[in-house]
Design a protein around this ligand. Sequence first.
Ligand code: SAH
Length: 247
Amino acid sequence: MRIDVFTIFPDLLAGPLDISLLGRARAEGRLEVRLHDPRDATTDRHRSVDDTPFGGGAGMVMRPEPIFETVEAVDPPRPLLLLSASGRRFDQAMAHELAALEGFSLLCGRYEGVDQRVADHLCDGEVSIGDYVLAGGESAALVIIEAVTRLVPGVMGNEESATEESFGVAGPGLLEYPQYTRPAEFRGYEVPEVLRSGDHARVARWRRAQALRRTLERRPDLLPDGPDAADRALLEAFPAPDGSGPA
Ligand code: SAH
């Protein structure tokens, strides 16, 4: 997987790309990230990458020339996606789409954003990481790189964890069931007995019931049709400990 990122603040990404999952994926050659700074394509004394908006208004807009020049010189893997609060909302399904490619590229805006001609005539699409406004696309790029990279084969030690977790691809996207580790009792709080029973089939049923209950309580939008008959039976078989929540 090769990901090219265009940013006027490459240092914002360099550190995080060296650490933990991303650092390991790069060291093992499963991920290659190339950072490109459009400021390097400027020729004026101030190396300016922004200018005032036509039509007036607050703030500055990123100039098209250094961005076009940098992207064209690199000829990066496509699609080239512009980070933008107006873009398609990034989610786990889109992470899977991108993870299936050999590469893609991200363009980070700053200031009030990027000259519209960059979106219209250079990029292949726009992507947003959520309904809020960041100061720049770099943190959004990192979110996307991390979510996509952990789906690349071999990056996570245990391939199953990517299918079993929240928004998993197996079945309708549910939130993940609660996880516990040792000790079995901590400050009087006990790990549910079923998880210590060694009965794998019962554990699997309990986990699905928990995932269903959590999803119905916290994110009913993920289950617009509600639970089917089998899942309703599961919820009845494993009632919420305090009797609360949808049954
Ligand atoms: N004036 C713009 C916000 C500019 S914020 C607006 O009202 O939409 C500066 C840059 O941060 C943007 O160009 C974009 O690259 C990035 N950015 C801000 N919010 C984002 C979001 N939710 N998702 C992805 N990128 C975002």
